[in-house]
Design a protein around this ligand. Structure first.
Ligand code: THU
Length: 142
């Protein structure tokens, strides 16, 4: 089981994800994505999407946040919860759900982590990371 988040923990994480989306570099898709995660240690790390004119090398918000967490906590990093939010350039909330690559990255650090993402109507979906990626790849022997 994950460490669990109180409603106020989740609210804080969601608000940090919304803040992170404001930093997005998304001149090509105009989709501004922000992610904020809480580590098992209780720290919060954020990330935003960073696009590039060479489209495939752009990076997702979730993996940006994970990179930041690993940089700070090293191999001990475990994911407790992550919030993701996306907005149009004019600030309108747009539905978002972690992409397949990000799902694989999330379960690497916490298959039972809470994942919450913003919907267009302002509601938040909440699900375990493992439930987002059934039959996920696990390196044999791990
Ligand atoms: N994006 C994310 O940041 N996270 C996801 O889980 C899905 C997609 C970004 C990547 C790209 O900059 C933009 O959204 C459109 O695909």
């Amino acid at each position: 089981m994950n460490a669990g988040s109180t409603p106020s923990d989740l609210a804080a994480l969601r608000s940090r994800a919304i803040d992170a989306a404001r930093q997005a570099y998304a001149p090509y898709s105009n989709l501004r994505v922000g992610a904020a995660l809480r580590s098992a240690r209780g720290e919060i790390y954020a990330g935003c999407n960073v696009e590039n004119g060479a489209y495939p090398i752009g990076g997702c918000a979730e993996r940006g946040a994970i990179a930041s967490a690993v940089q700070a906590e090293g191999k001990e990093f475990r994911l407790a919860a992550i919030a993701v939010a996306a907005f149009a350039a004019d600030g309108t909330p747009l539905p978002v759900s972690p992409c397949g690559a990000c799902r694989q990255a999330l379960v690497e650090f916490g298959a039972d982590a809470q994942v919450t993402f913003l919907q267009a109507d302002g509601s938040w979906i909440e699900v375990d990371a493992g439930a987002l990626l059934p039959y996920r790849f696990i390196l044999p022997g791990q």
